[in-house]
Every structure is written in structure tokens, then in C-alpha cells.
Design a protein around this ligand. Structure first.
Ligand code: PEP
Ligand code: MN
Length: 359
């Protein structure tokens, strides 16, 4: 069902409408001291929206699952003493009621919630008749329709101030990122819903402190509207996501280094083309890593079935078929063959290791 949406800007009085909109604060509220100390340093930098997770969805039970309701009182204090707006994650009807009761200003729906239409609908129903900005994080899996479905459910409840948060997508393959950026997905969302603000979450995409600055810059270069970045007064001691949190001072440094380019980018623009090349190279490497993983799985199968690593007919077939495929794509045949040979060589080497290792 197509739904015409009239999304309104997030628009919080006193918050600069120039991009980037900045939301920052710890992954989780841990104690009143940690929340207040972090919040004061953040407010000192002139930042207006403070985030903290009160209820934390965890992959496995037994970890720190958030301080719960008590933390809302700390956020109230942040608001009162620093004047910042507060934001937190909601995943159930009760979370919504509690957060609204505590005067939280911005709600967000986490990636593990966006995947579940029942949960999103429950939140939407709890929000009927309320006017509050809601940010919807992308689902953990790269499914744009599911993301749009969540936006439609929240909009259907009468919420017009909606933004989305791009926090990357889970993947089984080893990679430099905690969550693959797959930039083409938010870019397609921008094309489909141009008025929808897109906020990048470099902390959860990168999963590492040192990736926050380059990812933030990439997001700005892709015309994203804002950034949500995890910052903590003592990141090394954080109870969740400590690898990806930075101090408010480092955050300030990162934000000051950002270059905000407002000119319209065209394909003639060399730096834009270079950025595209960087992204394609990254995708190539991710694909190669995936191919090697599959290759290793084949290696295990061959070992279990007493098959030799080298299956010559299969190799010749790959070379022949792929070279003509490449030719059809205007790729030089020698070039394609060279690359395929190198890839095959490395696959064989990895399968040999599997044969040897398990002996
Ligand atoms: C978070 O923002 O702390 C969080 C849990 O993020 P995500 O839902 O993107 O994993
Ligand atoms: Mn986190």
C-alpha cells in the first residue's frame, strides 16, 4: 500500500537547523554520576541533544541490560541542569509510557526493534495522539522495505517529526566495520523520501573509535542531515560498547574537523568520483573476503569427503565462463583471467591450510 507522507523537520526550539544535527551521549546510562558528568561536558561544547540508553537490547542474556526506569530520573536532571534535550531508545509500549512520563524529548527505535513489525506497531499504538520526534534506526538486516514499513507505522500513529538513523547492517563476514555501511541503502531511502532527515550513527557502524571521524565525514559528504555519536566520560570503563565510545573532548575535536560541503556535487566533481571509487574498492574487498569464506567451507566439505583440493575441470570452467562474462561487460579478457587466476590461487592456498590443519 502506497502511503503519501508529509514528514516535518525535527525542529526543536533552540537547536541549530544547519546540518549536522548532533545527538550525543553514552551508549547506556550507568549511574547518576556517569550521566551527569558526561552530560555537563557535552553541554559545555554547545551540544543540544543528549542521548543515553535506559533499556539495552542485548544479543545474549546476562550482559548489562540497562539501568531501567531509574535512569529516566537522571535524564530529567540532565534536562533541568544543562538545558539539553534528552533522547532514549524505546522498544515496548511500557518504555514509551515511562519515557513520555519522564519528559524525554526524542525517542528512537533500535535496530533490533525495527526488524519486528509487531514491536514497531506496539510502539506506534502507544504513541497515538503524542507529538514527539521519533528516530527510526535501520533494521539489522539490509531490508529497505522493512525500514520504510516501520516509518509508515510510526507516521500512521500521527507522528510527523520523523528521522531515520543509519547504523549499518549485520553481516557474517569478517570486515573492518562492526556493521556494514551499505551506503546505497540510505541513499535509496533519500531518493524515495527526500524530505526525511537521515542521521548517521558512525559509532555503531564502525564499532571502533578511530572509525568515527572518517565515517562522519563520509556521511556529511553524502549529504546526511545529522550524526548520533556515542560519548562517555570514561569510555574504557563503559558498561556497553566501550570500544566505540569517545570522550566529549574527542567528540568536540572530531566535530571541529568535519568539512561540510554545501555545493551541489556533480559527477564531474573529482572528489565525488574518488569517494565512489573508495566505496567500490571497499565492496570489492568485502566480496573477496566472502568468496574466501565460501571457499573455506568447500575446503571442509572436500576434506570430509576425501576429495582433492584441485578440481581441474571446475577451474577451467570458471576461467572460461567468467572471462566471457567479463568480455560482455567490456572487461579485457587477459585482465579478467589474471584476476581470476590470483583469486583461485588464494582459494587453493586456503583450502590446503584446511586440509593440513585438521590432520
Ligand atoms: C544504541 O544506540 O545504543 C543501540 C543499541 O543501537 P542499535 O539499535 O543501532 O544497535
Ligand atoms: Mn551502543
Amino acid at each position: 500500500m502506497y502511503m503519501e507522507m508529509k514528514i516535518k523537520p525535527i525542529d526543536l526550539p533552540g537547536v541549530d537547523t544547519q546540518r549536522p544535527l548532533i545527538i550525543t551521549g553514552p551508549c547506556s546510562a550507568e549511574s547518576e554520576e556517569q550521566v551527569m558528568q558526561t552530560a555537563r561536558s557535552i553541554a559545555d561544547k554547545g551540544i543540544k541533544i543528549f542521548r543515553a540508553g535506559i533499556w539495552k537490547p542485548r544479543t545474549k542474556p546476562g550482559g548489562f541490560e540497562g539501568v531501567g526506569e531509574i535512569g529516566l530520573q537522571w535524564l530529567k536532571r540532565v534536562k533541568k541542569e544543562t538545558g539539553m534535550y534528552t533522547a532514549t531508545e524505546v522498544a515496548t509500549r511500557d518504555h514509551v509510557f515511562e519515557a513520555l512520563k519522564a519528559g524525554i524529548d526524542v525517542l528512537w527505535i533500535g535496530a533490533r526493534t525495527t526488524v519486528n513489525p509487531f514491536a514497531v506497531q506496539e510502539i506506534a499504538d502507544a504513541l497515538k495522539g503524542v507529538d514527539i520526534p521519533v528516530l527510526i534506526k535501520n533494521p539489522v538486516n539490509p531490508d529497505l522495505e522493512l525500514w520504510i514499513g516501520a516509518i509508515q507505522r510510526i507516521y500512521g500513529a500521527g507522528i510527523c517529526r520523523i528521522g531515520v538513523v543509519h547504523r549499518g547492517f549485520s553481516s557474517y563476514d569478517k570486515k573492518i566495520y562492526r556493521n556494514l555501511p551499505l551506503w546505497h541503502i540510505p541513499i535509496e531511502l533519500r531518493r524515495r523520501m527526500p524530505e526525511l532527515p537521515i542521521i548517521c550513527d558512525p559509532s555503531h557502524i564502525g564499532g571502533k573509535r578511530e572509525l568515527i571521524a572518517p565515517l562522519s565525514q563520509q556521511a556529511m559528504d553524502l549529504s546526511f542531515d545529522g550524526l548520533i555519536i556515542e560519548s562517555h566520560c570514561n569510555p574504557d570503563a563503559a558498561w556497553s560498547d566501550k570500544e566505540q565510545q569517545i570522550t566529549p573532548d574527542v567528540l568536540d575535536y572530531v566535530l571541529n574537523l568535519l568539512v561540510i560541503r554545501e555545493e551541489i556535487q556533480t559527477t564531474e566533481n573529482l572528489s565525488e568520483l574518488r569517494r565512489q571509487i573508495d566505496q567500490v574498492d571497499e565492496q570489492l574487498l568485502e566480496l573477496l573476503a566472502k568468496r574466501m569464506r565460501i571457499s573455506r567451507e568447500i575446503g571442509v566439505y572436500k576434506k570430509e569427503h576425501n576429495m582433492p583440493v584441485l578440481q581441474s575441470p571446475r577451474y577451467s570452467e570458471i576461467l572460461e565462463k567468467r572471462s566471457s562474462m567479463g568480455e560482455a561487460m567490456d572487461l579485457n579478457t587477459d585482465f579478467t583471467r589474471e584476476i581470476l587466476k590470483k583469486i583461485h590461487e588464494e582459494s587453493v592456498r586456503q583450502q590446503m591450510i584446511i586440509m593440513g590443519d585438521e590432520e
